[in-house]
Write a protein that binds this ligand. Structure first.
Ligand code: ADP
Ligand code: MG
Length: 727
C-alpha cells in the first residue's frame, strides 16, 4: 500500500490530547532570565551593570560579566539545565545553536560545572558554513557571536532536555555583520536618535524612542503522515503539484470558524511553551484558507519581538510533531487558495509613554502625531524600492505580484479621514501661512480627531502598508521571513527621513519662522512630495496596476530584479549614513539573497522532475496499461468500437499529458544546465526565474490534469482534499 493510503488510514488513530488550562500568569516567562529573576540571582553590582547595558548604556566589563554568568548558570541549573548555547539568527533564515555543557574537567581531572563571563560574552562558532556573500573570503575567515544583553537569556525545553540560550549577534572578526540582528540593532539606534530629536520639537522630556512591533503569524497545519508522503512538502515546504479540490475556500466557512480539535490541542500546547519563553501570545484564529491559522502576540519592542517571532516559528514546528502534525510556514504551500503572510504592525513609543502614531488628545500632541505620520508616508514614498527589496524572496513571489495578498506595488493606505486631513493641510498651508492661519488649522485638525478614532472600521485589506488607527501595518512581509529584515529597512528609512525633517524645520526656523509654522510648512511640503504613494482603493484591481504605472510607482514582480534596490547608490548612501550597513555588507547581503533564490528554485525544479518521473508518470503508465488491456479484452470479446470508445479517449488524453510532462521535464533539466553555467549571480537568478515561469506552471498543469484522469488507487501523492481537510 502506498504511503498515501497508509497515511489516510492512520488519521483516525490519532488521539487528541488537549492540554489542561493553566493560568497564563502562572507560567509566563518562567523560562526567561527576566530582570526580576536577575534581581534574585545577581549581586547589586552585577544587576546594576546588566540594567545599564540593557538600556543601551555601558559595556559590561569582564569581572562583572563573570558574576552575571554565574548568576545565569545558578538560575539555569536550578531549572535542571546542563547545556548552554549562543543563540543567533544567521542569514540562512533559521536560528542557529551550538550546544556546550557547563561540565568541564580541571587540570587535575576534577569534574566541575562552569560558565564564565568569557563564555557568556563571546563564542566562535565555525562561521565558514554560514552564508557570508563572499565577506569572509575577502576579509577574515572567522566570525564570532557576541552577547546581546538587550534580549534576555532563556531556556529551551525539548522533552526532558533543557538548554540555556544566550541571544547573540553574529559578526566577522573585521566587524561585518553576518546575521539579521546586528544591523537591526543599529537601525533601531538610528531611529532612536533621529526620533528623539524630532520629539524634542514638542517635548524636551523625551530621551528615548523605542520602535514597537506586533507581528501576526499565518501558517498551515496538516497531518504529519500525509505531509511525509509528499516529498515536495518535505523538501520545499510547498506542494509543486496538486489539483484543486472540489471544495477549496469558496464557501468561506473556515475563516473565524471553530478550530478543529486536533489543531486546537496543538495550539494550546505551543502557546504554553511560548508563554514559558515570555512570548506574549494573545490571539488565535482560523484564517481564510482551509487548514490555515493565525496567531498574534501583544506588541513588544522590535528587538524582542523579532527574537520572539523566530523562537515561535521554531517552537511551533517542534510542538507540532508531538501532535503528529506539520506546520507549514511557507508563503504559498498550496496553489489556488490563499498564501500566508506575516503582518508587521509597527509604531514608535517614547520613554514618556506616548505612542507616536496615536492621534493626540490636544492640538499640540496632534501636531506631533501628524509629524510622525507624514514622515512615515514620506519615508515609504522615498524608499518604496527598498521596502520592496526587503520582502523579496522566492516563496513570497507567489504572493506579491501573483493574484493575491498585497500586490508588489508599495503604496500606503491611510483611511478617508486622514486622507482628508492631509489634503486640508496641503491646500491650507501656503507660502503666506501665518500664525493665525496656523492656529485655526491646528484647531480644525484637532476637531477631526474624534472622527478619526471611529475610522477603525475603515480597513483596506489589499494595501501592503496601511495605517490602522495607532500603528502602520506592513502587510507584504512573508510568513516565513525573519521580521528583522523588514524592520531594519523600515526603521532606517524612518530614521533617515526624520533626520531630513529636522534639518528642514531647523532651516526654516533659522530664516525666522516660528517653530510650529516651520513644522507645518515642512509637513505640507512632504505631503505634496509623497502623495503619489497614497492609495485608498482596491490594490488587487487591474485599474490600480495601470494607475500605479502612470504615477511611476515601481511594480517589480520577481525577486532577482526587486533585490537590485539593495545595492543602488541611493541604498548605499541611506544605510551607510545611518550606520546600518556598509557598502560591502550590502553587496554581500544582495549576493546571499540571490543565492538563496537560486537554490530554492533549483530545489523545487529538481523535486518537480523527481515527482513527475518517479511518481506521476509510473501511476499514469500503469493506468494506461489497465486501459489498454481493457480495450484489448473488449476487442477480443468481439465487441464493437462503441464498447471501448471512451477508454480510448481517456487513453489518448493520458498519453498526451505523459508526453508533454516528459518533454518539459527534459527541457527544464537542459535549461538548468545552461543556468548553472552562468557566472554572474544576478544573471543566474534571472535565468532561474525564467525557468520557473517557463516550466513550473506548464508541467503542473499537465500533472494536475492527470490527477483528475488517473485511477485514484494508483495515485501515490496525497491529494489537496486530503491534506487540507483530513485531520
Ligand atoms: P488587527 O485587527 O490587525 O488584528 P490588532 O489590534 O489585533 O489588529 O493588532 C494586531 C497586532 O498589532 C497585535 O500584535 C498588536 O499587539 C499590534 N499592535 C497594536 N498596537 C501596536 C503598536 N503601537 N505598535 C506595534 N504593534 C502594535
Ligand atoms: Mg492586522
Amino acid at each position: 500500500m502506498s504511503l498515501r493510503f497508509n497515511a489516510i488510514s492512520s488519521i483516525n488513530n490519532n488521539e487528541t490530547n488537549i492540554p489542561a488550562s493553566t493560568k497564563i500568569t502562572g507560567i509566563f516567562g518562567t523560562n526567561v532570565f527576566t530582570l526580576k529573576t536577575a534581581r534574585e540571582f545577581l549581586s547589586d553590582e552585577a544587576y546594576k551593570s546588566l540594567v545599564t547595558s540593557i538600556r543601551g548604556g555601558k559595556k559590561i566589563d569582564r569581572s562583572v560579566a563573570n558574576q552575571i554568568a554565574n548568576g545565569i548558570r545558578a538560575w539555569a541549573e536550578s531549572k535542571g539545565v546542563t547545556h548552554y548555547t549562543h543563540w543567533f539568527q544567521p542569514l540562512t533564515g533559521t536560528t542557529a545553536e551550538k550546544h556546550d555543557s557547563f561540565f568541564t574537567l580541571k587540570g587535575d581531572g576534577t569534574a566541575i560545572e562552569e560558565f564564565d563571563g568569557a563564555a557568556l560574552i563571546q563564542q566562535e562558532p565555525d562561521a565558514s558554513s554560514f552564508p557570508s556573500g563572499g565577506l569572509r573570503a575577502t576579509f577574515e575567515a572567522r566570525g564570532y557571536t557576541a552577547w546581546d544583553p538587550s534580549s534576555p537569556a532563556f531556556i529551551i525545553e525539548i522533552g526532558q532536555g533543557k538548554t540555556l540560550c544566550i541571544p547573540t549577534i553574529f559578526v566577522s572578526y573585521t566587524g561585518e555583520s553576518l546575521d539579521y540582528k546586528a544591523p537591526l540593532l543599529k537601525a533601531l539606534e538610528a531611529l532612536n536618535k533621529s526620533a528623539v530629536e524630532v520629539c524634542n520639537f514638542f517635548d524636551k522630556n523625551v530621551t528615548k524612542v523605542t520602535p514597537t512591533l506586533g507581528w501576526e503569524q499565518e501558517y498551515f497545519v496538516i497531518d504529519e503522515a500525509l505531509a511525509t508522503a509528499r516529498p515536495d512538502l518535505v523538501q520545499c515546504g510547498r506542494t509543486v503539484f496538486g489539483a484543486s479540490p472540489a471544495k477549496g475556500q469558496q464557501l468561506e466557512d473556515h475563516y473565524f470558524g471553530s478550530i478543529p480539535e486536533r489543531v486546537y490541542a496543538f495550539m494550546r500546547d505551543y502557546e504554553q511553551e511560548s508563554y514559558k519563553l515570555g512570548i506574549p501570545l494573545r490571539t488565535r484564529h482560523n484564517e481564510v484558507a482551509p487548514a490555515q491559522f493565525e496567531c498574534a502576540p501583544i506588541f513588544e519592542e522590535v528587538n524582542i519581538a523579532v527574537d520572539h517571532n523566530t523562537l515561535l516559528m521554531d517552537v511551533m514546528s517542534r510542538v507540532a510533531k508531538r501532535h503528529k502534525l506539520v506546520v507549514l510556514l511557507h508563503e504559498k504551500p498550496f496553489a489556488g487558495i490563499n498564501g500566508s503572510g506575516k503582518h508587521n504592525n509597527w509604531s514608535m513609543a517614547t520613554d514618556t509613554g506616548v505612542n507616536l502614531l496615536a492621534p493626540g488628545k490636544t492640538p499640540k500632541t496632534n501636531l506631533m502625531f501628524l509629524t510622525f505620520f507624514v514622515n512615515t508616508i514620506k519615508a515609504v514614498h522615498d524608499y518604496a524600492d527598498i521596502m520592496r527589496a526587503a520582502i523579496a524572496s522566492a516563496p513570497n513571489d507567489h504572493r506579491l505580484g501573483a493574484n493575491e495578498a498585497p500586490p508588489a506595488i508599495i503604496s500606503v493606505f491611510v483611511g478617508q479621514y486622514l486622507a482628508k486631513v492631509l489634503s486640508d493641510i496641503e491646500t491650507r498651508v501656503s507660502t503666506k501661512f501665518d500664525e493665525q492661519d496656523e492656529a485655526i488649522l491646528k484647531l480644525d485638525l484637532h476637531r477631526s480627531i474624534p472622527e478619526l478614532m471611529l475610522d477603525n472600521t475603515d480597513r483596506n485589506r489589499t494595501s501592503p502598508f496601511a495605517f490602522t488607527g495607532n500603528k502602520f501595518e506592513f502587510r507584504a512581509v512573508g510568513s516565513s521571513a525573519n521580521c528583522a529584515i523588514s524592520m531594519t529597512v523600515l526603521n532606517t528609512i524612518m530614521a533617515d527621513t526624520l533626520k531630513k525633517f529636522k534639518a528642514d524645520v531647523d532651516a526654516l526656523i533659522e530664516k525666522g519662522d516660528k517653530k510650529e509654522i516651520a513644522i507645518m510648512q515642512v509637513i505640507q511640503k512632504y505631503i505634496v512630495e509623497s502623495k503619489n504613494v497614497l492609495f485608498e482603493g482596491d490594490g488587487y484591481s487591474e485599474e490600480w496596476h495601470k494607475e500605479a504605472e502612470r504615477r511611476g510607482l515601481p511594480n517589480l514582480k520577481t525577486t532577482p530584479v526587486a533585490l537590485d534596490a539593495m545595492v543602488t547608490d541611493k541604498a548605499k548612501k541611506l544605510f551607510e549614513s545611518n550606520g546600518v550597513y556598509s557598502h560591502t555588507e550590502l553587496e554581500a547581503r544582495h549576493e546571499i539573497e540571490l543565492e538563496k533564490y537560486i537554490k530554492k528554485v533549483q530545489i523545487e525544479a529538481r523535486i518537480m522532475g523527481d515527482l513527475a518521473i518517479n511518481h506521476i508518470l509510473p501511476a499514469a503508465i500503469a493506468y494506461q496499461n489497465d486501459l489498454l488491456s481493457n480495450v484489448n479484452g473488449l476487442k477480443a470479446a468481439g465487441l464493437g468500437e462503441t464498447a471501448y470508445k471512451s477508454q480510448l479517449t481517456i487513453l489518448k488524453e493520458v498519453s498526451e499529458h505523459i508526453q508533454v510532462i516528459h518533454d518539459k521535464v527534459n527541457l527544464m533539466v537542459e535549461a538548468r544546465k545552461v543556468a548553472n553555467n552562468i557566472a554572474d549571480t544576478r544573471e543566474k537568478a534571472i535565468s532561474y526565474e525564467s525557468i520557473k515561469s517557463t516550466y513550473f506552471d506548464e508541467i503542473r498543469y499537465h500533472v494536475d490534469k492527470l490527477e483528475h484522469l488517473v485511477d485514484d488507487e494508483k495515485w501515490t501523492l496525497p491529494k489537496y482534499r486530503e491534506m487540507l481537510f483530513l485531520r
